[in-house]
Write a protein that binds this ligand. Structure first.
Ligand SMILES: Nc1ncnc2c1ncn2[C@@H]1O[C@H](COP(=O)(O)OP(=O)(O)OP(=O)(O)O)[C@@H](O)[C@H]1O
Length: 310
């Protein structure tokens, strides 16, 4: 349903997106995760026909985004990462304006508008000015706007960004509902956890390249059973390396100044043995603590070899 072949975008010397090969199957939700500047917005904007690719091709529902932009626009609902000024429109007027742009008959548009406002929990805000709505409400209104012409594909650029915790929870509820509509959805975020609930597959974008793609199940399975331990201490690097290499439960090691961060899969008893081994080898350990596991980082570290082989 969404396919890209070596899709790239350069801005002068900056390569915002490089040789992206993406495939999102009909009726599935694909989550695109990446830090600021990873290329998410550029990718989604090319798919939404608003940014011209430098090279490569992208297809939505079989239509090519540069040559058949009109057809592509009819079959997508695109939510950008920032919205403009609403010129004193009420929530209902705003949706009806878009319905007009898509040529929806007035009676259908009015019915659909009310249904969608209720659907995104804005039923009581029909006559409120969009400019007076909270950011969370405006973002839910944008979701309703994307659905007005009932497109088979949704492209949502960080729909939860900039929201307070309460609005995030409400948005999460709306996104979960969206999933049940059976549409093909490409959604971006810089937080993997946020997408793990609604996405079928996750792709991690790094420096404009797709660093890893996996089903959410596989990604979470990779993460479960692993712990991240921060160990701070003083001692020769060769001794650190020897002790950590000799422990079969150590999966990955990252040296950080005075100490290491270890991805560990052993039991708590194994963990205690590792601490003892470090002390017996002469490392003056002054901190040994479990850290919250960053699933995205962990996944990237565990799949590094696979990524290099791609
Ligand atoms: N119009 C532009 N002109 C020049 N460089 C750009 C332009 N748009 C994006 N870039 C650069 O392309 C790279 C990717 O940017 P992009 O906005 O796609 O990333 P992103 O993952 O969406 O980040 P964010 O989460 O901050 O929006 C960045 O280095 C950015 O500075």
């Amino acid at each position: 349903m969404i396919d890209t072949h070596n899709l790239s975008k350069r801005y002068g010397r900056v390569v915002a997106v490089r040789d992206l090969n993406l495939s999102v199957r009909r009726g599935t939700v694909f989550g695109m995760v990446g830090e600021n500047g990873a290329g998410k917005t550029t990718t989604l904007s090319m798919l939404a026909t608003l940014t011209t690719p430098s090279s490569g091709k992208a297809y939505i529902n079989g239509y090519e985004v540069t040559r058949q932009a009109q057809e592509v626009r009819r079959c997508i609902g695109y939510m950008p990462d920032s919205f403009g000024v609403y010129d004193d429109l009420s929530a209902e007027e705003y949706l009806l304006f878009y319905a007009d742009c898509y040529g929806l008959p007035r009676d259908v548009a009015v019915r659909r508008c009310r249904e969608l406002l209720a659907w995104v929990n804005l039923g009581d805000k029909r006559t409120a000015y969009v400019n007076d709505l909270s950011r969370g409400m405006q973002q839910r209104l944008e979701i309703a706007r994307c659905l007005m012409h009932d497109p088979p594909v949704l492209i949502l650029d960080e729909p939860s960004s900039g929201l307070d915790p309460r609005s995030r929870i409400e948005m999460r509820g709306v996104l979960r509902q969206l999933r049940s509509l059976g549409k093909t959805i490409l959604i971006s975020s810089h937080i993997l956890y946020e997408l793990s609930e609604i996405a079928d597959e996750i792709g991690i974008l790094r420096g404009g390249e797709l660093a890893a793609v996996a089903s959410v199940g596989v990604m979470l399975q990779h993460a479960s059973g692993f712990r991240t331990i921060g160990i701070a201490g003083r001692g020769p690097l060769t001794v650190w390396e020897r002790v950590l290499r000799d422990d079969p439960q150590v999966v990955d090691v990252r040296f950080l100044g005075e100490g290491v961060e270890v991805v560990y899969r052993g039991s708590l008893d194994d963990q205690a043995r590792l601490l003892r081994a470090l002390l017996e080898a002469g490392i003056a350990v002054y901190q040994f603590s479990e850290r919250p596991t960053d699933i995205e980082q962990l996944f990237l570290r565990l799949t590094e070899r696979t990524v290099e082989e791609r």
